[in-house]
Structures are given as structure tokens and as C-alpha cells.
Design a protein around this ligand. Structure first.
Ligand code: T4K
Length: 372
């Protein structure tokens, strides 16, 4: 039987550049005393990201959530927005905080993204937009979503928090939909400490997004919109610029760790892993595993791993439509696949520095737990 390890293993660990590189980047900030409000690094980071993400247009934000909330605000919507409950709280909160009503569509049991077969049934004359989630970096069926959205005149804003650097047929994922939000939180494949970006189709949105993240200010003496403070500061942008140099290497390492997990877990009865779509270039953001008819339940495995000092996460449990703040208006039974997967999924430790032997150890503990 596997022993309890001494040092804890957490679900992830932030990507960090060499300290000297970051410190070097700080010197010009001290010289200029320009700390925030769209400084030099902000502009340079924006330029480099636009190219890395192959995005037609891009705006930076202080975090992913503000990016999503303000992207939705920029669309000037009213009514209902179709999304999925199998996501982080941010997705639905961004809709509700815009005075809009989320309508939860179930997910498909293959890749846990929005079940497009159910989409049209949920569209009413109050529907104004769709906010699908590329959960774990699994891309939604962007082509069918586009066709349906176009035929009903709906906006599409992707929660692309998990898809930094991903491509579909060699094109950046941010090209799909009216807008896509990327998160650069410390726990993500790529971080700027906290941070986020919106990529968008219509260049006319650039001015609106810029104004909305800066309190709605439109001139020295004019404020035309009810904006927020969503500005990314220079320390974040400096971190982003440093990390951008290492992100390809990080994705490569993530990929080999995911392959290792798959080689150890694939084919075990009752364990389900995500399949890859050959059209997609993945970033290997998460390692989700679904336990369905396995020798131990998800919660038992969570507990056994914890006893071994391995701290995995139940991303995403509970479903958003089962949160205390939404439960009075929704029922998780309305999205049965999401409710089921949410009760069966664990995301395993994954980050570039994770030793391969730890992957083997995690898989060994899971195998032992399954034998009872
Ligand atoms: N949409 C989706 C689909 C999202 O997943 C998210 C964020 C958003 C929107 C909103 O984007 P942001 O506004 O966050 O940019 C984490 C993150 O805070 C959150 O960004 C992320 N999704 C969510 C899935 O996970 P927690 O509460 O699980 O994080 P926490 O603090 O427990 O950290 C998890 C592990 O990460 C720790 O055990 C160790 C490691 N860690 C954590 C921090 C904070 C580090 O290595 N360094 C760190 O600085 O929410």
C-alpha cells in the first residue's frame, strides 16, 4: 500500500519566471513611478498577447471575472442568457451582475461543454445571448453554436478562461463568437498574477471595453457609462510579459504529464478520461477524471488522496444552479448530466514542475482505492 507522503501535493502551482527577470522588469516602473492606468507594460503585453492568441482584437483586464462581466455589459443586452451550470461561479455571476437572467443548458457527457442538441429548445423571445464555457480547455462545438446564434440573432460570449493559447484548425480560439474571455489567474496555465483579456470580433467594441474598465470615463470631463475599475496594473503586465516567455515550455511539460496520467488510468473500468479532438491544439489546463461505476466513489477517492497528503479538487462541484444564492430559482435536476458529472469528477494535480513520479503515485493511490 502507498504511504502518506510528507510534503503536500496541491492541485496546481503557479507558473513563475526566474525571480531576477521579474525584478529587472520592475526597475522601469520605479524610474517612471507609473504603476497602473494603461502604462508601457500594459500596452506591450496587449500587443504580444494579441499576436500569441492570434486574436483580431483584444483588451486587457485586472482579472478574468471583470473581463467577462464587462464584455457582457459591452454588448448592451436585456433578457435571458443561456449558459451551463458546470463551471466556476464567475460565469453565472457575470450574467446576473449585468441584470440578466441565466438559463442553464445541460452539458454533454463527452467533454462537459454545453449540449448543443438542447440549445434551441431553450431559446425564447427573451433570449439575447449565449455564454458557453470551454470547460477544462475542451472546446465547445463552436461551429454549431455559431449557426444557431446567427439564425436567432444572438450574441455569443465564450467563457474561455481555461483555453489560453488553444487553437482550432490552427486558429486562435478567441476568433469564435462575438467575444471570448481568457483568465490569467495564478492557478491558470498562464498567469499575470491576476489578470484577464477579452478578444472580440467587432473592432468598434475596443473603445467601449476600454471605457467600461475605466469607470465609463469618456473624456476629461465626461463619464457616459456606468463602468467599473477593471484595469490591469503594471506589475501584473510585467509578470505576464515574463511568463509569456515560458508558457510554451510549460504547456509541453503539462502535455507529457497528461499523457502519463492517461497511460496509467486509461482503460480502467469505471474511470473516464477526456478524449482529444485532433483539430484542437490543447493547453492541458486540467486533468479531469470521472468515476462512474468505479470501485470507489469520487468522494471516497478524494478522501483517500487527502489522507496521502494529495489535495485534488472537485472542479466543478456543486453545479452553479445548486448554489445557495441561485437555488431558489433553479433546480440541479433540470440539468441532470451536469449534476451527475459534478458528483463524479475530480481534477488531479497538474503543473509543469510536478514530478512524473508523483503522477504515478496519484494513480497508484486511485488504483488501490478502487480495489477497496
Ligand atoms: N470562468 C471560469 C470557467 C473559471 O474557471 C474562472 C476562474 C473564471 C471564469 C474567473 O477568472 P478569474 O477572475 O479568476 O481570472 C481557482 C481560481 O481562483 C479561479 O481563478 C479559477 N477559475 C478556479 C477554477 O480556481 P480556487 O478557489 O479553487 O483557488 P485556490 O486558491 O484554492 O487555489 C487552488 C490551488 O492553486 C492551490 O491549492 C494552490 C495553487 N495556487 C493558488 C494560488 C492562489 C498557487 O499555486 N498559487 C496561488 O497564488 O479558485
Amino acid at each position: 500500500m502507498s504511504e502518506k507522503r510528507e510534503d503536500p501535493i496541491l492541485v496546481t502551482r503557479s507558473l513563475l519566471p526566474p525571480l531576477e527577470e521579474y525584478v529587472e522588469m520592475l526597475k522601469p516602473i520605479w524610474d517612471s513611478a507609473w504603476l497602473t492606468n494603461m502604462g508601457t507594460y500594459h500596452e506591450e503585453f496587449k500587443r504580444q498577447l494579441k499576436s500569441y492568441l492570434m486574436a483580431p482584437n483584444l483588451e486587457l483586464f485586472v482579472n478574468g471575472h471583470m473581463a467577462l462581466e464587462l464584455a457582457i455589459q459591452a454588448m448592451e443586452l436585456e433578457g435571458e442568457v443561456i449558459t451551463t451550470p458546470f463551471s466556476f461561479s464567475s460565469t453565472a455571476h457575470a450574467i446576473v451582475r449585468n441584470g440578466l437572467t441565466p438559463v442553464f443548458c445541460d452539458i454533454n457527457p463527452e467533454d462537459y461543454t454545453l449540449d448543443v442538441d438542447m440549445l434551441e429548445d431553450l431559446i425564447t423571445d427573451r433570449t439575447c445571448a449565449i455564454v458557453p464555457v470551454h470547460v477544462y480547455g475542451n472546446l465547445c462545438d463552436v461551429e454549431r453554436i455559431e449557426t444557431i446564434a446567427e439564425s436567432h440573432g444572438l450574441k455569443v460570449i465564450y467563457d474561455a478562461a481555461h483555453t489560453f493559447g488553444e487553437e482550432l484548425d490552427g486558429k486562435g480560439v478567441g476568433r469564435w463568437g462575438d467575444a471570448s474571455m481568457f483568465s490569467f489567474h495564478a492557478t491558470k496555465v498562464f498567469n499575470s498574477i491576476e489578470g484577464g483579456a477579452v478578444t472580440f470580433r467587432d473592432p468598434k467594441l475596443e473603445e467601449r471595453l476600454y471605457q467600461l474598465k475605466n469607470f465609463g470615463i469618456t473624456g476629461y470631463e465626461s463619464v457616459e457609462h456606468v463602468g467599473a475599475n477593471g484595469k490591469m496594473n503594471e506589475f501584473q503586465a510585467a509578470m505576464g510579459l515574463c511568463n509569456l516567455r515560458y508558457v510554451e515550455e510549460a504547456i509541453g511539460r503539462r502535455r507529457s504529464l497528461v499523457m502519463r496520467y492517461r497511460s496509467r488510468l486509461d482503460g480502467i473500468e469505471g474511470i473516464r478520461l477526456c478524449r482529444e479532438n485532433p483539430r484542437v491544439r490543447y493547453n492541458y489546463a486540467y486533468m479531469p477524471v470521472v468515476f462512474d461505476g468505479y470501485g470507489a466513489t469520487r468522494d471516497e477517492i478524494f478522501q483517500v488522496l487527502k489522507e496521502h497528503n494529495i489535495h485534488v479538487r472537485k472542479y466543478f462541484y456543486p453545479c452553479i444552479n445548486d448554489y445557495a444564492c441561485y437555488r431558489d430559482r433553479y433546480r440541479k435536476e433540470e440539468t441532470p448530466v451536469a449534476a451527475r458529472i459534478s458528483g463524479q469528477v475530480l481534477t488531479l494535480p497538474l503543473y509543469p514542475e510536478l514530478p512524473t513520479e508523483v503522477v504515478d503515485e496519484v494513480c497508484q493511490v486511485i488504483r488501490e482505492a478502487g480495489r477497496g
